[in-house]
Write a protein that binds this ligand. Structure first.
Ligand SMILES: [Zn+2]
Length: 333
């Protein structure tokens, strides 16, 4: 199979056979896959292994999965989808947050290594509060991230080191260049992660991770179209508590750049309420935006009352998705 492309010949064949666009292939991948390989000489399991290096999640029969949340900055995951990270950790899965940059640009008064040290300590505190396995910060400067070969090598090494079953990251359209570049780097690694001659010497994982995009509010060129929604009401306080650990961001930098620094309270309890107002609105918007999906998943009575939610869209890159299995995985009660 050629390297340097994320679209394998088998995938192309599969799409042609189904006569559908890539998005339809992603949603109905199982039928498409079966058509091609039933017609050929491979069993379905062999086909999965030939193309992706592993069977899909349900075939792994793994009770403990490794889930890697990749954000551009220390705090991005906490802002967007820490509720799901906390829930996975509570369920006994191994959760890692990876920040693609060190956070050294996002402050109006502190800079350089001093800020990197602060961000690292805050991330460690956030990790502790969330009860997740690890929090890794790559040595790339905040706001200077590019999708060059060095960044790709760092990203692929981090992915290979952790060997996740699932990666959750930004989409390619986002307001911050680091968010876009992080998404690009993950996409660039999604095939190369199992190519031994790229960055030889780092162990190749057995599993090709499936990739999901975390929620955002950007509409062009396409809005998020999630297959998976998660009720996070029961962990909203824990999510706020994780955000509260990022003092230099949520009580200093972000209020400063949005002109709200004078509104930040000093009392710890009032600070949590300040965060609830600032970030809870976003999580409520996600719940309202995807209300019909919440009702579909949780039923009318519960689904119509959920206040805060997180949402995830399957990427067509990386491992093969079995959405019905993954919907169950993202169900925590
Ligand atoms: Zn960010």
């Amino acid at each position: 199979m050629p390297t340097g492309t994320t679209d394998s010949p088998l995938r192309s064949r599969c799409r042609k056979a189904a006569g559908r666009p890539a998005s339809a292939y992603r949603q109905e991948g199982r039928r498409c896959f079966s058509t091609v390989f039933t017609a050929g000489k491979h069993t379905e399991n062999e086909a999965y292994e030939r193309v992706w290096g592993s069977a899909p999640l349900e075939r792994n029969k793994m009770s403990q999965l490794k889930i890697m949340f990749i954000g551009a900055h220390p705090d991005d995951i906490e802002v967007s989808c820490a509720g799901t990270a906390i829930k996975f950790a509570q369920k006994g899965h191994i959760v890692q947050i990876l920040s693609a940059t060190n956070g050294q640009s996002g402050h109006h008064e502190i800079m350089g290594q001093k800020l990197v040290d602060i961000r690292t300590k805050e991330a460690q505190e956030s990790q502790k509060r969330m009860g997740i396995h690890s929090y890794v910060i790559l040595d790339n400067n905040d706001a200077y991230l590019t999708a060059d070969i060095h960044s790709r090598e760092r990203m692929i090494k981090a992915i290979r080191d952790f060997a996740p079953n699932i990666i959750i990251t930004h989409r390619l359209n986002d307001y911050h260049p680091d968010h876009r570049i992080t998404a690009q780097l993950v996409q660039d690694c999604s095939y190369l992660v199992r190519v031994p001659n790229f960055l030889p010497g780092t162990p190749i994982p057995d599993v090709m991770p499936v990739i999901f995009y975390m929620n955002d509010h950007f509409m062009k060129p396409t809005p998020l179209d999630p297959e998976i929604v998660v009720d996070i009401d029961d962990v909203a306080d824990a999510k706020l508590n994780a955000l509260d650990a990022h003092t230099s961001q949520v009580y200093q930098w972000l209020p400063w750049i949005s002109g709200n620094l004078h509104k930040v309270p000093t009392d710890p309890k009032e600070r949590i309420e300040f965060l609830r107002n600032a970030f809870g609105t976003r999580w409520a918007n996600t719940a309202n935006r995807f209300r019909s999906k919440l009702i579909e998943k949780y039923g009318n009575e519960r689904g119509s009352k959920i206040k805060y939610a997180e949402a995830f869209e399957a990427s067509e890159y990386g491992g093969y998705h079995d959405i019905e299995v993954e919907k169950k995985l993202f169900t925590f009660d």
